[in-house]
Ligand binder design. Structure first.
Ligand SMILES: Cc1cc2nc3c(=O)[nH]c(=O)nc-3n(C[C@H](O)[C@H](O)[C@H](O)COP(=O)(O)OP(=O)(O)OC[C@H]3O[C@@H](n4cnc5c(N)ncnc54)[C@H](O)[C@@H]3O)c2cc1C
Ligand code: FES
Length: 257
């Protein structure tokens, strides 16, 4: 599952946020929402470790796959410099993704770049006829990327920004608390403080959810145990690998430390 994927395009959607399109027909064919790729960000072996990025969407007809990422450090900075037509070495699709509900309403909660995997899930759910509601929060209006595409797909959006430049002012979890959570399957992705706050709210409401978690990764395939999180099990507690046992976990099982 190592692929030399041709770069079809790369667009800056907001300051420091890029959407990269790759020609990777095998990935497009196999990928499920919530899965990710381990990306070699430079043409050399420096940085040595690949970087995990969620699969943001696939177009099976064109064999295309998109990734949506924020420039944080060296790896993502190098990735933003990669040019059209060059090849990108990627491994995947990896991990266990979201359970895609066959019918009914799907409630998505995205914080910032948490929209990356949830966009793919929204697309699949809209296509199969689910009603899709998205609570979407970011720091400011410009960072609420892919809004137009989501609306065009038929997703109903509720927005929150920390500076009040779009939607309600505050965090996405505050928005969910204010508006209330409609009935339906709940899936969320975003930074750990957001997921932790959402987990507490869901617990108060007695609602189940699936969360996509992020941890720094070494191998990405379950071998190094560098990405473990503590989860509740029938026997007590266990450490599970975000890359191989996740990245999607049942919210109620995650122990927030
Ligand atoms: C399963 C999975 C899916 C992901 N999907 C996406 C995605 O779709 N889009 C996206 O923008 N990012 C995503 N990430 C996070 C992404 O992998 C990191 O931002 C990236 O590896 C940073 O690499 P870097 O070399 O630019 O930064 P580094 O130089 O490695 O680090 C720069 C800074 O970022 C912090 N950092 C690095 N990795 C993470 C991480 N995993 N979580 C929190 N902080 C981190 C470091 O502590 C450091 O402060 C995902 C992570 C996982 C585990
Ligand atoms: S990154 Fe190596 S086990 Fe998860």
């Amino acid at each position: 599952m190592i692929h030399e994927a041709e770069i079809l395009g790369q667009r800056c959607l907001a300051p420091g946020v890029y959407r990269l399109e790759l020609f990777a027909p095998a990935v497009a064919e196999q990928a499920r929402p919530g899965q990710f790729l381990m990306v070699r960000t430079s043409i050399s072996l420096d940085p040595f470790l690949r970087r995990p990025l969620s699969i943001n969407s696939v177009d099976r007809r064109r064999g295309a796959v998109t990734l949506l990422y924020r420039v944080l450090g060296r790896g993502t900075r190098l990735l933003a410099e990669r040019r059209l037509g060059r090849r990108l070495n990627v491994v995947g699709p990896l991990g266990r993704g979201f359970t895609v509900p066959v019918s009914g309403t799907v409630v998505l909660v995205a914080g910032g770049l948490g929209i990356a995997p949830l966009f793919f899930l929204a697309k699949v759910c809209c296509r199969q006829g689910n009603e899709v509601l998205l609570f979407y929060g970011a720091r400011c209006s410009r960072e609420l990327v892919l809004r137009r595409e989501l609306e065009a797909m038929g997703v109903r959006l509720s927005l929150a920004t920390e500076d009040g430049s779009a939607g309600e002012q505050g965090t996405v979890v505050e928005l969910v608390r204010r508006k209330g959570l409609p009935p339906g399957v709940v899936c969320a992705a975003g930074p750990p403080p957001m997921l932790r706050a959402l987990a507490a709210f869901l617990q108060d409401m007695g609602r189940e959810a699936e969360f996509s978690l992020e941890e720094r990764m070494g191998c990405g395939v379950g071998a190094c145990r560098g990405c473990v999180v503590k989860v509740r099990t029938a026997e007590g507690f266990a450490y599970q690998r975000v890359c191989a046992d996740g990245p999607v976990f049942r919210a109620a099982t995650v122990v927030w430390e």
